[in-house]
Design a protein around this ligand. Structure first.
Ligand code: FAD
Length: 527
């Protein structure tokens, strides 16, 4: 009932009216260490920020907010808490707080605000004749946009991205970090060379595929369960100068997915592949400013509102040194595809603007006060054999005319993922002949505008989503949730499937008291 009250207050009143309980833990600890806990006067504001996330419908108030200045501060806190069986508090690192289901919250526990760690970006550019890869060392609390801005100054950039860059490095590495480059370079978690981690026992460990490898792989995709990423070494490459960004439209699902699969099998030409299901005009809002001519397609949409369209978005990079004309490459690619010939759009943009494209959308939504609304998002990995059934399930479940926000659907190649990491992908099925290497990401990125969707409507959306996620997890479709929430530890065990024993074993090694990331709801602090 308390949570329901908070939802009501946050939707209809400014947060400042919410009563914050006074800190209940660790006062002796604060006195003993005089570390960076917030003073009581700042405590109010910090705890209210740490109680919410981008999802905007789960609210858990922490007892304290911790603002570390170094990895050592975090290590001292975790050592203290793991040694003190009386203080049964748990701890959540909070990156940019862009989770949906309260994953970075710590009910009555301590939230560590990772952005107070100095970003300290150190770039290693290869010297003439030096072998290996350029890389950057960066704080786990830094944002990907900060890393992009620094690396571009030296003509370098990370290889693998998320669509939105105002997410923390530690936050996306705790999940996977995927976008249109994943088919080519793998997710962000396979583009990391080394990590510095503070484990749940308070130990600071530098780990990599050759040093403390079990911890390294556990933490990547590990949902914050094993340790706090305080620094990461991210692989870089030469940054392209320009990007040719193309949108193609389809009215047939099978043709759309076949063309997407063709594109991901041309990594020597194609640098980015995503796609959308277009149910109505809102589905096209995303980055549409880059494609003003797309208005022609919107008039087509208006002619028959019962029709569903699909859009492929792909991109080709150009480097200064290249002699091949980018237009020629794009022509070669599009000649192989079967899109609706009247609906092809292209834009020439800088690499920075291309990667930062969702920011434009954010600004527009902020202006209309539509950014800070509840976001009942659902993301799933769907194996190729289940994608047609998943699409049918999706159309049965959602309300096509009212759906606000994009629906992403694009393919990835499983062999670009390292299965030593903790991430969960659909398992292989013995009952299908379909190419098991291809999996699809489907993202239902729905906004619940409070002026149209009040509390009952939000509850109904979440219930329908839960039902869809359950049906999609059946053997017939074989999907796994990404960035998701499971209602109970038992459901988590089902979600992990054959990976559960390894996940639980890693937990008992690196965070035996289950101090970390309680908001995921996988383990609960025992003593
Ligand atoms: P938080 O929400 O702060 O934390 C997430 C989890 O990680 C929590 O359990 C937290 O305790 C833990 N955690 C945070 N920091 C650390 C750390 N340093 N060490 C260990 N654990 C930590 N994801 C994609 O893969 N691709 C996308 O294209 C994409 N686009 C997005 C666009 C938007 C607008 C939004 C809101 C989200 C998007 N996401 C995407 C999802 C995003 O990657 C995850 O929500 C991610 O967790 C966000 O990072 P954060 O810093 O906000 O994490």
């Amino acid at each position: 009932r308390f949570n329901a009250l908070l939802i009501f207050l946050t939707l209809f009143c400014p947060c400042k009216f919410i009563r914050i309980p006074i800190e209940t833990v660790s006062l002796n600890y604060i006195k003993a260490t005089s570390m960076a806990f917030e003073s009581p006067s700042n405590f109010y504001e910090s705890t209210s920020t740490a109680s919410v996330d981008f999802g905007g419908f789960i609210f858990n108030i922490p007892s304290a907010v911790f603002r570390p200045k170094s990895s050592r501060d975090i290590a001292v806190l975790l050592s203290f808490l793991s040694a003190s069986s009386s203080a049964k508090v748990s701890v959540a690192a909070r990156g940019a707080g862009h989770s949906i289901h309260g994953q970075a919250q710590a009910p009555d526990g301590i939230v560590i605000e990772m952005d107070t760690l100095p970003s300290l970006i150190e770039i290693h550019k290869l010297m003439d004749g030096e072998e290996g890869f350029p890389y950057a060392d960066v704080s786990g609390g830094a944002l990907w946009i900060e890393l992009l801005e620094e690396t571009l100054k030296l003509g370098l950039a990370p290889r693998s991205w998320t669509d939105y860059l105002y997410l923390s490095i530690g936050g996306t590495l705790s999940n996977a970090g995927i976008s249109g480059q994943t088919f080519k370079y793998g997710p962000q978690i396979t583009n990391v060379l080394q990590l510095e981690v503070v484990t749940g026992k308070g130990e600071i460990v530098t780990c990599s595929p050759t040093q403390s490898a079990e911890l390294f792989y556990a933490v990547l995709g590990g949902l914050g369960q094993f340790g706090i990423i305080t620094r990461a070494r991210i692989l870089l490459q030469d940054a392209p100068q320009q990007v040719k960004w193309i949108r193609l439209f389809y009215d047939d699902f099978q043709t759309f997915i076949k063309d997407q699969e063709l594109l991901i099998l041309m990594p020597e030409k194609v640098d980015y592949v995503e796609g959308f299901i277009i149910l109505n005009e809102n589905s096209l809002r995303s980055s549409s400013m880059a494609f003003p001519n797309q208005l022609e397609f919107i008039s087509e949409l208006r002619k028959d509102s019962s029709k569903v369209y699909y859009c492929i978005e792909f991109a080709v990079h150009s480097h200064k040194t290249e002699e091949i004309k980018i237009e020629q490459v794009v022509d070669d690619i599009t000649a192989k595809l079967r899109y609706l010939p009247s609906f092809i759009y292209s834009a020439d943009v800088s690499y920075y603007d291309f990667l930062n494209r969702v920011r434009m959308e954010e600004m527009i939504l902020r202006e209309k006060e539509l950014w800070q609304v509840p976001h009942p998002w659902l993301n799933m990995f769907v194996p190729k054999y289940g994608i047609e059934d998943f699409k049918d399930l999706l159309f049965e479940t959602i309300s096509r005319h009212d759906f606000e926000g994009p629906i992403l659907l694009y393919p990835l190649l499983k062999d670009k993922w390292d299965m030593n990491t903790s991430v969960v992908l659909p398992e292989a099925s013995s009952a299908t002949e379909v190419d098991e290497r291809v999996i699809y990401v489907v993202g239902l990125l729905q906004s619940a505008n409070p002026s149209r969707c009040t509390k009952t409507c939000l509850t109904d959306l979440l219930e329908r989503q839960r039902h869809m996620a359950e049906m999609a997890a059946s053997n017939r479709i074989g999907a796994k949730q990404y960035l998701g929430h499971q209602p109970s530890p038992d459901q988590w065990r089902k979600h992990f499937g054959s990976k559960w024993d390894r996940f639980a074993d890693r937990k008992s090694r690196f965070d035996p008291l289950a101090l970390l990331s309680p908001g995921q709801g996988i383990f609960f602090r025992s003593s």
